[in-house]
Design a protein around this ligand. Structure first.
Ligand code: DX5
Ligand code: ZN
Length: 223
């Protein structure tokens, strides 16, 4: 059976009580924590950077996924690795050739991922699939939590997933979906081939986040 992983994005969490939020996520047995890093240039919003990730790494053993929505990611790879990131995901849109950076990330002994915006065809990352641990498909234009799921942006995942399963790469590749994921849209994403599901507002704005995580997992598994 396909491995399903839930990755809550802490962008929608209570930052004044992050330790409690992280304990809650551990209780809910999520597989990863998704960390949305924004620089105010690649996206029109600014969030947080390595110091916060360091604090999070100090209080949890969960797998930390750094989603870098920033220009010039090459300047910050070491800082994100040293902060405790277990995977660093960079965006294709900021790099003519992402391969050297992905290799550098792998060389640091952690996982490497590549992300594409709704408007970017998956073929633009075809030549790096052989070396990535994860592809992250955006189903919103990055920059903010709480946006509506763009179903059309998930369509390309089917072709890509088929290509990956036929290509016979030596490593396993996770296919993540990010933006507007809730108990309904997660079914569409799972049916199209995703196995890692990022969700922010749907989890943290729920009356019972632990229950919501269970619902998400069940909806993705039942597809
Ligand atoms: C968008 C971020 C997402 C986002 C998810 O730029 O990459 O991870 O915070 O939040 P929701 O689930 O609220 O769309
Ligand atoms: Zn994200």
């Amino acid at each position: 059976m396909r491995r399903i992983e839930i990755a809550p994005s802490i962008l929608a969490a209570d930052f004044t009580d992050l330790k409690k939020e992280l304990k809650m996520l551990e209780t809910a047995e999520v597989e990863r924590i998704h960390l949305d890093v924004m620089d105010g240039h690649f996206v029109p919003n600014i969030t947080f950077g390595p110091p916060l990730i360091h604090c999070i790494d100090d209080v949890t053993d969960l797998f930390l996924e750094a989603h870098l929505m920033i220009f010039e990611p090459q300047k910050y790879l070491k800082a994100f690795k040293n902060a405790g990131s277990d995977i660093i995901i960079i965006h294709k849109e900021v790099l003519a050739n992402p391969r050297p950076l992905l290799e550098e990330i792998k060389g640091m002994g952690i996982q490497a991922g590549i992300s594409i915006n709704p408007g970017t065809p998956w073929q633009e990352i075809k030549d790096v699939l052989a070396i990535v641990d994860m592809v992250l498909i955006m189903t919103v234009n990055p920059g903010f939590g709480g946006q509506k799921y763009i179903a059309d942006a998930a369509l390309k995942m089917q072709d890509m997933a088929e290509y990956i399963s036929n290509a016979g790469f030596k490593q396993e590749i996770d296919i993540g979906i990010d933006g507007g994921i809730d108990p309904e849209t997660i079914k569409d994403a799972a049916a199209k081939g995703a196995n890692v599901f990022i969700a922010g507002s749907s989890i943290f704005n729920a009356d019972d986040p632990i229950q919501r995580i269970k619902e998400l997992r069940k909806a993705a598994t039942d597809v």
